[in-house]
Design a protein around this ligand. Structure first.
Ligand SMILES: *Cc1c(COP(=O)(O)O)cnc(C)c1O
Length: 437
């Protein structure tokens, strides 16, 4: 189960030993995570602004710096999600140059996980796996199930038993085998490590993790390209395992090295829920030692108590002058509502975390109003509607009879007014006004 490729291969972060291309996530010698390294010089004439612009409007426009086996024909239009200027949200929180990278609308399953899964599964096929799987906090399960179905691969997916019903349903519908584990994500993940050895299955975030993680770089490439080949001053990123935030940095580094963007300082800000905040806690305490936590938050997609890339993420954030914050479940719900009310974007709990943390960073003065700041919205609100169930009394509002008078009365009731000024045609006529038109 190996293939050779002269564009990229696995390398140990600690000892520097190289391992070619195989389903392996940690160095057998020093147990440190493996990462893919590229022949960047060979990419120099290929990974250019012009070639990228001529590519398809999805992540495969960046294929020259993704671990995609030779001969793989990508046919899913994943990624290239909108980068939108957030003027209304900005006004509320004191930001003049705020952008939202909106992966709530990522194809095909409405979260940024579609990016990582498409890259991992390309390699799973090359390695000869016929069954793939993952340990998941929800979004990964949805994406693996959908993309495996499309590729004709069998999928076995393990999740913590308390996952949101929508995320369970959004996995089962694709015909995947789903196993709910009586434990939290960290229990699920440990079990998957054992299963991967025993069954020879390709687990996208276990034995295929280095390939999977590279898919996250596309968020960074897209941000730079969509800003007109410029880097922002700040990026705010939700953190679960701590992989995405590091890979956005890696993407920026590659773009700088190859001359596609000008080098400049970029600060990275990590966002977590207080109920599962091992990385933000480490950042605040100025350490890279992650103290594992037992997750207790509505932001289940971020609920990893012992994050694999936590130490490296904490180190990177501090080294570049960034910061990390965490917010309560109440603030998460407010964050979801604030983003929806100001920008018309409905995000899941992870996006509530990111929005609330972004607001706090401006309030703290860690991000100043005129800096170009990108906040990463990574998942869709339709998957976590249960988090909002108590926020809207209207959900069980009484039905109104189909009559004007009932409607008028109901409207006044809703707006909390008793003696409304006449505003409808009927009311104006009733009030003695004849030339209503
Ligand atoms: C997985 C996930 C993240 C974070 O990913 P890591 O790379 O593990 O830090 C962020 N947001 C959502 C919605 C996710 O599903």
């Amino acid at each position: 189960m190996q293939y050779s490729c002269n564009r990229y291969e696995l390398k140990c972060n600690e000892c520097g030993k190289r391992y070619g291309n195989q389903p392996l996530s940690a160095c057998p010698d020093c147990i440190a995570p493996l990462e893919l390294v590229y022949d960047l010089e060979a990419a120099r004439g290929v990974f250019t602004r012009e070639n990228i612009a001529a590519g398809p409007a999805n992540i495969w426009r960046y294929a020259a710096l993704l671990p995609i086996p030779d001969g793989f024909q990508p046919d899913l239009p994943v990624g290239f999600t909108p980068l939108v200027r957030a003027k209304n949200l900005g006004k509320r929180i004191g930001a003049n140059n705020l952008y939202i990278k909106n992966d709530a609308v990522c194809f095909p399953t409405l979260s940024f996980k579609d990016r990582v899964v498409s890259v991992a599964l390309a390699n799973a096929q090359k390695f000869g796996f016929t069954t793939v799987g993952c340990s998941s906090t929800g979004n990964l399960a949805n994406s693996v199930a959908a993309q495996a179905a499309r590729l004709g691969l069998k999928a076995t997916i393990l999740v913590p038993a308390d996952l949101e019903p929508a995320k369970i349903l959004n996995t089962l519908v694709y015909g995947a085998r789903l196993v709910r584990i009586d434990g939290n994500y960290d229990h699920v993940n440990r079990l998957c490590t054992l299963i991967a050895d025993e069954y020879a299955w390709g687990f996208v975030n276990v034995n295929l993790r280095p390939y999977y993680a590279e898919g996250s770089k596309t968020v960074g490439y897209e941000i730079a390209e969509q800003l007109g080949w410029r880097l922002p001053d700040n990026v705010v990123v939700p953190m679960a395992g701590g992989s995405l935030i590091r890979k956005i940095r890696k993407a920026f580094n590659e773009l700088i090295y190859l001359g596609l963007v000008e080098d400049k300082p970029v600060r990275f800000f990590g966002a977590q829920a207080t109920g599962c905040s091992p990385i933000s806690t480490a950042v605040k305490e100025g350490t890279e030692d992650i103290v594992p936590q037992r997750p207790n938050t509505i932001a289940r997609s971020l609920a990893i108590g012992n994050p694999a890339d936590g130490p490296a993420a904490a180190k990177m954030i501090r080294a570049e002058g960034g910061w990390a914050e965490d917010v309560s479940d109440i603030e998460i719900v407010s964050g979801i509502q604030e983003l929806a009310e100001t920008e018309g974007i409905f995000t899941e709990t992870a996006g509530g975390v990111t929005t609330a943390v972004t607001a706090r960073l401006y309030a703290q003065g860690r991000i100043t109003p005129d800096q170009i700041t990108v906040t990463c919205i990574t998942g869709n609100g339709l998957k976590t509607t249960d988090a909002l169930i108590n926020s809207f009394s209207h959900l069980d509002a009484r039905a109104v009879r189909p009559r004007m008078a009932d409607f008028d009365a109901y409207l006044r009731e809703l707006d909390g007014t008793t003696a409304a000024t006449p505003e409808t045609e009927t009311e104006l006529v009733a009030a003695g006004v004849t030339n209503v038109r």
